[in-house]
Design a protein around this ligand. Structure first.
Ligand SMILES: C[S@@+](CC[C@H](N)C(=O)[O-])C[C@H]1O[C@@H](n2cnc3c(N)ncnc32)[C@H](O)[C@@H]1O
Length: 260
């Protein structure tokens, strides 16, 4: 880890990284891996590990993960998390990051994650939340995400808006994990290993704002034929004004960990 910028240092990410450093991952399964971001973070933070397996139901994301994790010993499978093709009690660590609100049949996925986890082994769920003491820049990110979720749903892609802390904890409590702990951070743990992490210290950073506004414009264009377009366009303009005024910073995350 390089020198950690001040805001990142006090975000909560360092505490989570310290916990990760105490865990021997063994055979790790990351569910809904997307482009492999969370696996990369696990590789950087776990005390040690034997193997990594990542699964996702989106072929394009899996191809990105293969590319991003090339050279690292990670098995990537196209698979629906509602029906994992793995034996019971197979993995030493099972994770799900930034995906709870993307799961159409969330309980089926969580049951499957628990089924393939060895008794006594760790389950980790990381998820962004919308409430609590977040900055105006983070609130613009949450508003952006709410708009993105609505647009996805119009396109037939299941996407819930950002959950509250209470909802996330309630969902995970249902799993009856032992030694269940919840940590909070206003930055991602992966930022500790990002060479650009200084840039995100300033939510009004020009490049950051350009990037976020480009994403916002690209997402709204997808529904330009819809009868809802004018209504969404007005919301987009308000969000854009707030991004230019307050900047943009990712919503805070909960990092939930417990044993089966
Ligand atoms: C926001 S991405 C998170 C990716 C990654 N975990 C990360 O932290 O960057 C959510 C992912 O959930 C995946 N997903 C949604 N439902 C799924 C399911 N039933 N089975 C497997 N993957 C699923 C999507 O394809 C998408 O890649």
């Amino acid at each position: 880890m390089e020198v950690v910028p001040p805001n990142l240092l006090k975000s909560g990410a360092v505490e989570i990284a310290k916990i990760m450093k105490t865990i021997s991952g063994g055979n790790v399964l990351d569910v809904a891996s997307g482009d492999g971001d969370f696996i990369a973070m696990l590789i950087d933070t776990l005390k040690d590990y034997e193997s990594f397996t990542g699964i996702d139901s989106d072929k394009k994301e899996m191809e990105k993960a293969k590319k991003n994790l090339a050279g690292k010993s990670v098995k990537i499978h196209l698979m629906n998390a509602e029906k994992l093709r793995f034996d019971n009690n197979k993995f030493d660590l099972v994770c799900l990051a930034n995906s709870l609100h993307h799961l159409e049949n969330m309980n089926d996925v969580l049951d499957e994650m628990k089924r393939v986890l060895k008794p006594g082994a760790y389950l980790i769920i990381q998820e962004m939340f919308c409430d609590g003491n977040q900055t105006e820049a983070q609130k613009t990110d949450i508003a952006l995400h709410t708009l993105g979720a609505e647009i996805d749903n119009m396109l037939g892609i299941y996407h819930q808006k950002t959950y509250t802390k209470k909802t996330i904890i309630g969902i995970i409590e249902e799993l009856n994990l032992r030694e269940f702990q919840v940590y909070e951070s206003s930055r991602y743990v992966k930022c500790l290993f990002c060479s650009n992490n200084q840039q995100c210290e300033d939510p009004l950073n020009e490049n950051l704002i350009k990037f976020v506004i480009k994403e916002l414009e690209e997402s709204i264009v997808q529904v330009k034929e819809s009868s809802e377009y004018d209504r969404l366009l007005k919301r987009k303009e308000i969000i854009k004004q707030n991004i230019m005024k307050y900047g943009s910073a990712p919503a805070s995350i909960l990092f939930c960990i417990g044993r089966k």
